[in-house]
Design a protein around this ligand. Structure first.
Ligand SMILES: C[S@@+](CC[C@H](N)C(=O)[O-])C[C@H]1O[C@@H](n2cnc3c(N)ncnc32)[C@H](O)[C@@H]1O
Length: 283
C-alpha cells in the first residue's frame, strides 16, 4: 500500500485541498507543521492519483511530494480518522459502522436520528466541513417542516441523501459520476433502511432529474456550470425552488452565488466553517 503525501504552503493549502478532493474522493489525511500542511492519500499502486495530475491540481501551493510504502494496517489507521458527527441542533448523528451506536434518543449523545455510513472509497464520512454545513441546513429545513423532492448531486457515500430520507423531507434521488460512490451509496441506503434512488450521472454532461431541493456538495468549478441546467427559458429544465450549494471556498461564494442569482435564485443564508461556505438559495 502506498501513502502519497503532498506538502503545501499553508496560505494556499485550502485551495489545494479543494482540488485534491476531486482527485481523491475517498478523502485525504491532513497533517501540519511549521510552514507546511500535508495532505496524504492511501491506495494500492495504480489506484492513487497520478503525479502530473496532482501537481497540476496543487499548483503554486506545492512544496514537496513524496510516496512511501505503508504497512497493511493502513485501513485500520485510516479508520481512526473517522469520528461520529453530530449536527448543531443535535438531531442527527452520523457514525461509521465501527463506532458504537448512540444509545437511542437522549442516550450517549442525545440524538434523535442516527445514520451509519460506510464511506468505502467514496467521499462522505459526514465529517468534512462542507458536508456538515449541508447536514445542518437539511436539519433546519426538516425542522421547519419542509416536504420536498430532494436531489443530492455528487452523493459520494450517500450521506446527505440518506440524511434527507431519514429526516423525512421527501423522496430522494442521489447521483455521482463515480460508479464506486453509487455502489457504496446504495449499500448505505440499505443499511439505513431508507429508499433512495441512486444513479451514475456526470453533471457536466447530463441533466439531473426534476426536484424541489438540490443539495450539491461539489466544488465551485462544478457548481458554476451546473447552473446551466436551470434554464428558465426551457420549460423542461429542472426548477428546484431551493438550493443548498456547498464545497465553496469563502472567497468563491460571491461568484458562485452570482451565477445562481442570474438563474433566478436569491441568497437566503450563507454558512461558513473555516475556509468553507455553503449557500442556501431560494426562488
Ligand atoms: C465533495 S464530495 C461530496 C460527497 C457527499 N455528498 C458529502 O457531502 O459528503 C463530491 C462528490 O461529487 C462527485 N462528483 C464530482 N464531479 C462530479 C460530476 N461531474 N458529476 C457527478 N458527480 C460528481 C464526486 O465523485 C464526489 O463523490
Amino acid at each position: 500500500m502506498i501513502r502519497l503525501a503532498i506538502r503545501c504552503r499553508p496560505e494556499l493549502a485550502e485551495q489545494a485541498l479543494a482540488e485534491l478532493v476531486e482527485l481523491a474522493p475517498s478523502g485525504v489525511e491532513e497533517r501540519s507543521g511549521e510552514g507546511w500542511v500535508e495532505y496524504a492519500v492511501y491506495g494500492p499502486p495504480g489506484e492513487i492519483p497520478e503525479l502530473p495530475h496532482l501537481k497540476a491540481a496543487v499548483g503554486d501551493a506545492l512544496l514537496d511530494l513524496y510516496t512511501e510504502q505503508v504497512e497493511d494496517d493502513w485501513a485500520e489507521r485510516w479508520r481512526e480518522f473517522h469520528k461520529p458527527v453530530i449536527t448543531s441542533d443535535r438531531r442527527l448523528r452520523v457514525r461509521p459502522p465501527w463506532i458504537e451506536a448512540a444509545a437511542g434518543p437522549g442516550g450517549v449523545d442525545g440524538v434523535e436520528i442516527e445514520i451509519v455510513i460506510e464511506p468505502g472509497r467514496a467521499f462522505g464520512t459526514g465529517a468534512h466541513a462542507t458536508t456538515r454545513l449541508c447536514l445542518d441546513l437539511l436539519c433546519e429545513l426538516a425542522g421547519a417542516g419542509l416536504k420536498a423532492r430532494v436531489a443530492d448531486l455528487g452523493t459520494g457515500s450517500g450521506v446527505l441523501a440518506i440524511a434527507a430520507a431519514r429526516l423525512k423531507i421527501g423522496p430522494v434521488f442521489g447521483c455521482d459520476n463515480d460508479p464506486a460512490a453509487v455502489a457504496i451509496a446504495r449499500q448505505n441506503a440499505l443499511a439505513n433502511r431508507v429508499e433512495v434512488e441512486f444513479a451514475r450521472l456526470d453533471l457536466r454532461s447530463a441533466r439531473p432529474p426534476e426536484a424541489d431541493l438540490w443539495v450539491a456538495n461539489l466544488t465551485a468549478p462544478i457548481l458554476r456550470p451546473l447552473a446551466a441546467w436551470l434554464d428558465r427559458d426551457d420549460p423542461t429544465a429542472p426548477a428546484p425552488s431551493r438550493l443548498i450549494l456547498s464545497g465553496v471556498l469563502q472567497r468563491e461564494a460571491e461568484s458562485v452565488g452570482a451565477v445562481y442569482r442570474a438563474a433566478g435564485y436569491r441568497l437566503q443564508t450563507i454558512r461558513s466553517d473555516g475556509e468553507w461556505a455553503a449557500l442556501a438559495m431560494v426562488r
